[in-house]
Structures are given as C-alpha cells and as structure tokens.
Write a protein of this length. Structure first.
Length: 168
C-alpha cells in the first residue's frame, strides 16, 4: 500500500484512500465499500509466454477471452495465484492496482473505465482501496485502450398493452 500511495503522491494527483474489511476480489471490495461494481477497476494479470501484462476492466464485467486474444495475443491467459505472487510479490492477490508503469508491465484498459469520471481500485492490499479521477490515474501512462470484456446487451423488455372490454 505504501508503494501505491508514494507512486500516486509522486505524480501529484489527488485521491482518496478507502479502508475496508478484507476482500478477496475487486467485486467483493465494491460490495463492502458500497460502490457500483462498474466504478471499481478489476486488474487482472495476464501471461503470454514469459510476458506479464495487466488487463483493467470494470469489476461488474467478465473478461472476454476473444478480446484478450485480439488485444494481447492468442495464448494470453489469466495468471494463476503463484504467477501473481511471483510477478508482484509486494501485492496481495485480488488487490492488484491498475498501475502498469509502477509495476513495470504493459497495461490494457477497457473503454468502459476510461469513460468514467472517477474509478475505485484495490490499493495493493485487500483492506484498502483508492478513489481517483480517471484522468489523473491514466494521464501520461502508456496504456492501450481496447475492449476487453464480454458485455451483456442492455435488456429491453417489450410490454404490449392489451385492453379487454368487459361488458356488465
């Protein structure tokens, strides 16, 4: 957590630290904190061969393997727990921050997050999150903005009104 705070302070950006009960995932942290999962960034470590990269998506959405294949490579896959611990020893699993520059890995960000005014993300520990303006978080970072999720189309319910005339 200290490294994340130092990194953000070094960038001169304003952010809010949100302490919370332990969470094992970004989606669980969103529930505990009481924020919309679409505002919570879920950072997933991906492995392709020997390369590690980060995919950053809303906690409300699932990664789309096809989109990951297109953006990063056909053999890219989510890292397992041991690979995460090896690549990011100072970060608790489930609390990977979307800070590719700080973590020295390429970062791919879903457009749904870029469109938000603010986002919340795990701060490297399972008990702390950070809320920050999206522009402040990603400004100047070498990120690739590309669709990474399998979004469900909005559900449209068509209601047909019928009138029944009942004669007395």
């Amino acid at each position: 957590m200290a490294a994340v705070l130092d990194y953000l302070q070094g960038r001169g950006v304003t952010f809010q630290v949100i302490p919370h009960a332990a969470a094992s995932s970004a989606e669980e942290a969103a529930t505990i904190i009481g924020v919309d999962p679409a505002e919570m960034a879920n950072t997933v470590a991906l492995i392709e061969g020997l390369d590690v990269s980060l995919a950053v998506v809303p906690a409300s959405d699932a990664l789309d393997p096809g989109a990951i294949g297109t953006a990063i490579g056909e053999r890219a896959r989510p890292a397992d727990l041991e690979e995460i611990r090896h690549a990011f020893p100072d970060v608790e699993p489930g609390a990977l921050p979307p800070l590719g520059l700080m973590l020295h890995v390429p970062m791919y960000v879903d457009p749904a997050l870029i469109e938000r005014e603010t986002i919340v993300f795990p701060a490297g520990r399972n008990t702390q999150a950070i809320r920050i303006r999206t522009d402040d978080l990603f400004r100047g970072d070498p990120i690739v903005v590309t669709p990474l999720t399998r979004r469900q189309p909005d559900q449209v319910v068509k209601v047909e009104e019928t009138a029944e005339i009942v004669e007395p």
